[in-house]
Design a protein around this ligand. Sequence first.
Ligand code: NDP
Length: 460
Amino acid sequence: MRKITTVADAKKEIAKLKNPNCAEDDVFFQAMEEVLLSIIPLFKSDEVYMKSAKNAIIKRLITPDRVIKFQVAWLDDNNEVQVNTGYRIQFNNALGPYKGGLRFHPSVNEGILKFLGFEQILKNALTGLPIGGGKGGSDFDPKGKSDFEIMKFCTAFMQELHKYIGPRIDVPAGDIGVGGREIGYLFGTYKRITSSFEGVLTGKPQFFGGSLMRPEATGYGVVYFTQKMLELEFKEDLKDKICTVSGAGNVAIHVIEKLIHIGAIPVTATDSKGTIYDSRGIDVELLKRLKLEERVSLEEYTKIHISAKYIPVSEYPEDAHAVWDIPCYGAFPCATQNELSVADAKNLIKNKTTIVAEGANMPSTPDAIHAMIKSKICLAPAKAANAGGVAVSGFEMSQNASMEKWTFAEVDRKLKETMAEICENVASTAKEYNLDGNYVAGANIAGFKRVADAMIAEGI
Ligand code: NDP
């Protein structure tokens, strides 16, 4: 790989790496392109990284250390054998054991997990904790499965995965489709196979090693980051501000909950079928009951709150989403990748949105990012804004290793401090490279520097 000092250089290198016959890798290249294009100022100005062509840092960073792919055969409730594919991408362990969630969703493939694993390397670096980056999961669809089927799938998945993980090797956690219940079944299987009760997974239920506040951590962290960013940029806060949120899972629910705690007014939630708009503010307890306990469609919300509006996905143009056309001060995409298109960005700009804080991983398309930055919307990028989840996972690893149990207030205080530190680091890094206010570039440069420094120091 040649020296990269211009956008054209970076684009040329990415084009060389792309396999045009592998559409699965599109999201991975999207993530890589965003990072490579925004770290060019680093190569231009910094002697150590100018030599990165010699160290092949970029090439080593974008190539996973290991891609593990395996068969998961399990027995459904009709006694029929079902077969899924399981993956673990061990991407980079320069800073510590591989760390990153497991996603169970029918859309999962190697490309999606490579994108998530790559993002995870820089996100974990931003936390300042000694953790590397990885990601895993399966194309298994938990929707409509009985509790027993979920358990049997998790057991079969861990029967293979356990060979590759360990508290000092690779410590998976949850992601889409994997919450406390799934982590419990995965942990139980690991423990039975290895006869070892150890901190091999984070996001465990609290009564056997889980950290208090892990379920809340990603969502609360997104709001703490947003508060800090608003303070740094405008000396403003979120009190009494209308906010829109997408998603109705772990991250979205806890963003909504924390927004309510601090006096903001979150008015939306979405799932894969539609959007709820409740102008009086979302009833978060009802949302939790519908999505975390009963696991039903969001449409049920309007049976209790009849003044709330339900907008099915089919009622909106394909390239735009109802949730981003509702006027708001702050927008929080917390569902999935590429859920905020350039058409959505234009609606946010039209409605004079001040801040967009990404709770999901890579929720905005490259065109949407470009449009938002150009029109001076404050954009809090996912790898910084949603790092609270992995930060508290890191705290869970510390508690497991030292046999300690921290209180909720202690974890919350540490999370708040961590998010403020990440925000300040990202803001000052952007400033250092004359990109004042560009948190996307600041996060990519700050994360890259920490990993690259470790890789150079560790040699090959
Ligand atoms: P959950 O499975 O708890 O919830 C995901 C939510 O998003 C659900 O409401 C789901 O709708 C919706 N959703 C999923 N896919 C789509 C889609 N293709 N179109 C529309 N809606 C969709 O996942 P999490 O809340 O844990 O994760 C959400 C995002 O946050 C992901 O990008 C994840 O990688 C990221 N993240 C999660 C962390 C965590 O700690 N959990 C940490 C850092 C990032 P439905 O109910 O209909 O399925």
